[in-house]
Ligand binder design. Structure first.
Ligand code: FDP
Length: 343
């Protein structure tokens, strides 16, 4: 028997902790007060706490449904509630976040004692249909600026384009827990080491490949799609050696998992509008905009099908939109084919 040629790296040598990384970033910003840095640290704490609950869900009897439905009309699962409450509790504590809009709450929750000028939008536990079957789920978040000269935040304060978000990220609770973050320039991933209780920089400056070989879409929706979307799916499944087709199909059904794979390996993830969800299924503020910001910062693309996700100013808190993200060439091809048939 040969001895193993690979030893697991000592995570403390792989890179800086998330906290150090954020702090080092802060020192490069003249006049930074530390508020934004502290808010990011609260979000990282939230991710650690939710990781703990996700990892022990089977033991702690918190899997399964509560029997209630959330504002989207979906069945609420116990972990959804736990994740939502964890997020509220950690963001409320230090007063850096003035208000939080969450997928689980009809209206934003305001923190009147807060002095910070940031708002957070979040889907505390994304991919809830995958909780009970041990498949990757996640947390998605965006950080928005609030202009305090206009008074305390209101619902209107959240109606900001993704392009104006200060930062976005997601946490994937997969084979390991990984936090992916951008402040607009560069995308970095931090892997959680439970023995140290820290996120360590594991993927610095992620670039989404310009072209991939995987498409990700819920094919069960085929009969509800427009002609353009049907033609695009037929295209990626066609054989053409020169353009690397047919593509492989992967669909987890948790946005974080499908987006994360697409970000690292390239290709395309699409949740287009269909007859059942004529405006799209995914939520603009706390799903589409944060994910779109990450893809664009990593050199990928994010589109509604014919225009940029990051340029839409929301009109409602829980607004739904189509979302197509991925490698630039693959998203260009989607827009070209769908545009040709769905004028
Ligand atoms: P879920 O309903 O399980 O929470 O946010 C909604 C979401 O998951 C996304 O994570 C996922 O990409 C999508 O819906 C899956 O929808 P379908 O089950 O309709 O494919």
């Amino acid at each position: 028997m040969t001895s193993p040629s690979w030893n697991p790296p000592d995570s403390s040598q792989v890179g800086a902790t998330l906290e150090t990384f954020i702090l080092e970033g802060m020192f490069q910003v003249p006049g930074a007060t530390g508020t934004f840095t502290a808010l990011l640290n609260q979000i990282s704490l939230t991710a650690k706490l939710i990781t703990g609950r996700v990892r022990s869900a089977g033991l702690a009897d918190i899997l399964g449904y509560t029997g209630e439905t959330n504002v989207q009309g979906e069945t609420v699962q116990k972990l959804d509630i736990i994740a939502n409450e964890t997020m509220i509790a950690s963001l409320r504590r230090q007063g850096h976040c003035a208000a939080l809009a969450s997928e689980e709450l009809e209206e934003p929750v305001y923190f009147p004692k807060a002095t910070g000028n940031y708002l957070v939008v979040a889907d505390p536990l994304d991919g809830s249909s995958n909780i009970d079957v041990n498949v990757s789920i996640g947390t998605i978040f965006g950080i928005l600026r609030h202009d305090r000269s206009k008074g305390p935040p209101t619902l209107e304060s959240f109606m900001q384009r993704g392009r104006d978000y200060v930062a976005s990220g997601y946490v994937i609770y997969g084979s390991s827990t990984v936090l992916v973050l951008t402040t607009g320039k560069g995308v970095h991933a931090f892997t959680y080491d439970p023995t140290a209780g820290e996120f360590f920089l594991s993927h610095e400056n992620i670039r989404c490949p310009t072209k991939g070989s995987i498409y990700s879409v819920n094919e069960g929706n085929q009969s509800r799609w427009s002609e353009g979307v049907k033609r695009w799916v037929a295209h990626v499944k066609d054989t053409d050696k020169a353009s690397g087709r047919p593509y492989s199909h992967r669909y987890v059904g948790s946005l974080v998992a499908d987006a994360h794979r697409t970000l690292l390996k390239g290709g395309i993830f699409a949740y287009p509008a269909d007859n059942k969800n004529p405006k799209g299924k995914l939520r603009l503020l706390y799903e589409a905009s944060p994910v779109a910001m990450i893809f664009e910062a990593a050199g990928g693309r994010a589109t509604l099908g014919n225009s940029s996700v990051l340029d839409i100013t929301p009109s409602e808190l829980h607004q739904r939109v189509p979302l197509i993200v991925g490698s630039t060439e693959d998203v260009d091809t989607y827009e070209r084919i769908v545009g040709e048939y769905d004028r």
